[in-house]
Design a protein around this ligand. Sequence first.
Ligand SMILES: *[C@@H]1O[C@H](CO)[C@@H](O)[C@H](O)[C@H]1NC(C)=O
Ligand SMILES: *[C@@H]1O[C@H](CO)[C@@H](O)[C@H](O)[C@H]1NC(C)=O
Length: 216
Amino acid sequence: MQTKKKPHHFSLLPLLLSFLSLHAAAVAVAKDGRSLISFKAALPNPPPLLSNWLPNKDPCSFNGVKCQGLAANRVSAVDLSFSPLSANFHTVAKFLLSIDSLESLTLQSANVSRSIAFPPGSKCSSVLTNLDLSTNSLSGPVSDVSGLAACPGLKSLNLSGNALDFSLKEKWNGGLKIVAGLESLDLSWNDMFDEFSRRGRCRRWISGALFFINGL
Ligand SMILES: *[C@@H]1O[C@H](CO)[C@@H](O)[C@H](O)[C@H]1NC(C)=O
Ligand SMILES: *[C@@H]1O[C@H](CO)[C@@H](O)[C@H](O)[C@H]1NC(C)=O
């Protein structure tokens, strides 16, 4: 009778392990949810899009949030484009870029303002590949963009249509040192002036090379 019991006992092990991993996944996604709720709480006047961002709800069901890709059942993408967040970049970095499993953040025309400098002590998702902050009011020297080296997996960065200062002094003072793997950098429509005081257009950065297209 006792020999029969043993295999029966062992068969519970995989069940227990899968329960534990499900539990770990639930804990992890709950942490992502808390970051999103903290972000909403930091906004002076959260836009209607965030009305279903509620505590203790599944963050994968929040408007603008996707859970897919590398980390299934974790928050992998956030897109709040065209929602007036009235947030500064510091708040975005602290609560959104720090979500461990975040692969893509798209905040096009979302009224994000102030300095692009990455807040000291804050961390950035190591799997973040796409960051779109185009058409906002980000300001300060373009060399502050270098702080995004905190996001080591970044491949595409869109800062088009902001107010970053790309004056000649800033261009050589510190310059731009971003992530080695960055494949696309769009800095068009910023406050970029070349030596002829014309608005500059910088389209892409590939393998450390900057390409400027002047005019406009
Ligand atoms: C944009 O954000 C700023 C504060 O960051 C706020 O004063 C302004 O009213 C916002 N504009 C819109 C259109 O929401
Ligand atoms: C960057 O964003 C602007 C405005 O949203 C868009 O027109 C442009 O195509 C984007 N750049 C890249 C390289 O995708």
